[in-house]
Design a protein around this ligand. Structure first.
Ligand code: NAD
Ligand code: IPM
Ligand code: MN
Length: 351
């Protein structure tokens, strides 16, 4: 039994989670998985109504009673300081110690990429984004706020422990790929302390994996190469903020934000799945949100829980929907969120 907590969240979050739920229910109906689902109301609306972002009782339940969390998105203009999103999304990443943010970018259909020479299957790059350190800890502060002498600091953290575990995870993962190669993306030329530690640890770990090719590069040049020659990359490991930026770039190169899933993992312990995209307030409520990123999160979830047949069937159904042109406008179609979700769910059910 896979117990899944659904947190629809804000904006298009509830719209895409409804379709993720539909696909989960189809997989269950098809006998491909045994699932218990429970939905949680946490998000901007709940925070504005109750003053609660994520209460301890809910946190403990999410930690102890579920194999996986599936989150839509958090972010709402009515909460300008983004406090609820920090408590819910970053809070869960930090408190569950979800140190791997796994963001696979694979072009499923060539015509969806803005790249000139794109062909299906390329880019095919797995980003391992460090998910518990860097600039994201909230460390820092403001001195003399609002005055001409105002000072703001945000510190970036890299611990040997934190860097080593994500780098090691990326090398282990590279071994499972047809091209075992890991690229470290950093900015050691400008920010020597934090990225210097990353480089030293990366080289130490790389020496333990002689069967895996390794290279280190500066993130600005890597961003350029991702556009120019994405086929040379297989696995990219990087620090939290750089990984956030690279994963949006890669999502767009691989068919768009509407198609990109991610998994926040502490293997064997906890997992939170979320599309790479946000709450997309510009299209919320219009039926234009692409549910495929969330549906592919469901596939990742099933795969990590050992329900490979369910994962395979869902991925195949997604490919078939794209090929058949059952797509939302961002992917060049005219279907609504619900039409795409229903179509995929039916394919999953019919096999
Ligand atoms: P966004 O990803 O929400 O949107 C960027 C652009 O992509 C928009 O034009 C949007 O319409 C489009 N888009 C995104 N998802 C789409 C989908 N499924 N289908 C079709 N088009 C899609 O990024 P943003 O506008 O910078 O952020 C909006 C809010 O979301 C902010 O509050 C931000 O903090 C938050 N956010 C949350 C998460 C998360 O919860 N995981 C991730 C990123 C951003
Ligand atoms: C993401 C988002 C989050 C991040 C925001 C909403 C804090 O952009 O999941 O990619 O920066 O990690
Ligand atoms: Mn992001």
């Amino acid at each position: 039994m896979i117990r899944i907590a659904l947190i629809p969240g804000d904006g298009i979050g509830p719209e895409v989670i409804a379709e993720g739920r539909r696909v989960i229910e189809s997989a269950v109906q098809a006998g491909l998985a045994d699932v218990h689902l429970e939905e949680f109301p946490h998000g901007a609306e709940h925070y504005l109504g109750t003053g609660v972002t994520l209460d301890d009782e809910t946190f403990v339940r999410l930690r102890d009673e579920f194999e996986a969390i599936l989150l839509g998105a958090v972010g709402d203009a009515r909460v300008p300081d983004n406090r609820h999103a920090r408590d819910i999304l970053l809070g869960l990443r930090f408190r569950l110690d979800l140190f791997i943010n796994f963001r696979p970018a694979r072009l499923r259909l060539a015509e969806l990429s803005p790249l000139k020479g794109a062909r299906a299957g390329c880019p095919d790059i797995d980003v391992f984004r460090e998910n518990t350190e860097g600039f994201y800890t909230g460390s820092g502060g403001i001195l003399r706020p609002g005055t001409p002498m105002e000072v703001a600091t945000s510190e970036s953290f890299a611990t040997r422990y934190g860097v080593e575990r994500i780098v090691r995870a990326s090398f282990e993962h590279a071994r499972t790929r047809s091209r075992p190669r890991v690229t470290l993306a950093d900015k050691a030329n400008a920010v020597p302390h934090v990225y210097g530690l990353w480089r030293r640890v990366f080289q130490e770990v790389a020496a333990e994996y002689p069967d895996v090719e390794s290279e280190m590069g500066y993130v600005d040049a890597i961003a350029m190469q991702l556009v120019r020659e994405p086929g040379r990359f297989s696995v990219i490991v990087t620090e939290n903020l750089l990984g956030d930026i690279l994963s949006d770039l890669l999502a767009e190169l691989s068919g768009g934000m509407g198609l990109a899933p991610s998994a926040n993992l502490n293997p064997g312990r906890h997992a939170l799945y979320e599309p790479v995209h946000g709450s997309a307030p510009d299209i919320a409520g219009t039926g234009r949100a692409n549910p495929v990123a969330t549906v592919l999160c469901v596939a990742l979830l099933f795969r990590n829980e050992g329900a490979d047949a369910a994962a395979d069937r869902i991925e195949r159904a997604v490919d078939e929907s794209l090929a058949a042109g059952i797509r939302t406008p961002d992917a060049g179609g005219a279907a609504t969120t619900e039409e795409v979700g229903r179509w995929i769910a039916e394919q999953v059910l019919d096999g």
